[in-house]
Ligand binder design. Structure first.
Ligand code: TA6
Length: 309
């Protein structure tokens, strides 16, 4: 696999021999592109996304740490911006590793890119807002039929800290056969969340239970806590065909978000304005409670997104 830096050192790209590719901004270690072997883009990226480090990327896979949303009643993180500072910090590229099949086997190559962020590399303003010594290692692994992203949080301090972690993935929604009249979100359903409880953030944060497959027919913002094992996939179907499967490792929540018309209209960096018809956020995370890391402790959470077709 080919791993390259951009001229301005702002991004890293990788291509597998079979054509799959990744592009990652060092700003936020944000995956901004994941293409399959045919060059089909699997992630949604707003046409108005800022890619110059001036604000969090609207699309791709922004990283949420140490707080999901804002937590005004949580003293330690109350001063932080929405979704914390990981997605708006400059990460460093730590290196790559490839795994190949045994010699002579089909080249089921994969490439893993590692990125790091630690407290000394934060700007002083952010350090003052969350004064803990920590280290983050973010690994992005591209293989022929899946993308895995994994975050390891380590407490390097002499006192415990609480944190939340979430992988804010914007999946691209489109149908294989453009002749389908509904080439968009109206033809999507999400399975694997049945009987899961969820907090409905567009209905007074009331707690409800998912009865069957989820369809997106308006603004949707739900924090699910599935009762099934995290290895049971959340599946995104388009026109009845599996487009994505999402499995989790040590992440007990799944957020499902679609801003729909009004919220899309209200976000300056969300374009085109009807782009909500071609995206769906399925966000594995540990956000229902706080993860308390004792000094020297580590927390690891990961997602693997499989391509359906
Ligand atoms: O993940 C869903 C969510 O928490 C929504 O409530 C919405 O705020 C979204 O994240 C985007 O947040 P952002 O700070 O990126 O505009």
């Amino acid at each position: 696999p080919q791993v390259q830096f951009s001229d301005d050192n702002a991004r890293v790209s990788a291509v597998l021999p079979t054509g799959e590719s990744l592009e990652i901004l060092l700003y936020g270690a944000t995956v901004i592109s994941w293409k399959d072997k045919n060059g089909d883009e699997k992630l949604w990226l707003s046409d108005a996304a800022k890619l110059d480090g001036s604000k969090a990327v609207r699309g791709g896979i922004p990283l949420v740490f140490p707080v999901f949303g804002t937590a005004p009643d949580h003293a330690a993180t109350a001063k932080l911006p929405q979704h914390g500072f990981a997605r708006t910090s400059r990460w460093e590229f730590l290196g790559k590793s490839t795994s190949e099949s045994a010699p002579g086997q089909a080249a089921d190559l994969s490439v893993k890119l590692d990125f790091g962020l630690s407290s000394p590399s934060l700007d002083s303003e952010t350090q003052a807002k969350w004064p803990y010594s920590f280290n983050l290692i973010y690994s992005v692994t591209l293989s022929r039929e899946s993308l895995t992203t994994s975050l390891v949080v380590t407490n390097d301090d002499d006192k415990p800290f609480d944190c939340q972690v979430l992988l804010h993935t914007y999946l691209r929604v489109k149908l294989t056969n453009p002749s389908t009249p509904q080439k968009d979100i109206a033809n999507v359903e999400i399975t694997g969340l049945s009987s899961a409880s969820y907090v409905d953030k567009v209905d007074g944060a009331t707690t409800k239970t998912q009865s069957s497959a989820l369809t997106i027919t308006g603004e949707t913002d739900r924090v699910y806590t599935p009762s099934t094992p995290p290895s049971d996939p959340v599946t995104v179907l388009e026109g009845g065909k599996t487009a994505f499967t999402v499995v989790r490792d040590n992440l007990s929540n799944v957020v499902v978000w679609n801003p729909w018309t009004d919220k899309a209209a209200g976000m300056a960096d969300f374009a085109p304005k009807d782009g909500f018809k071609n995206m769906l956020c399925v966000e594995p995370g540990a956000v229902g409670t706080w993860q308390t890391l004792e000094p020297g402790d580590a927390f690891e959470g990961a997602q693997t997104i499989g391509i359906g077709y």
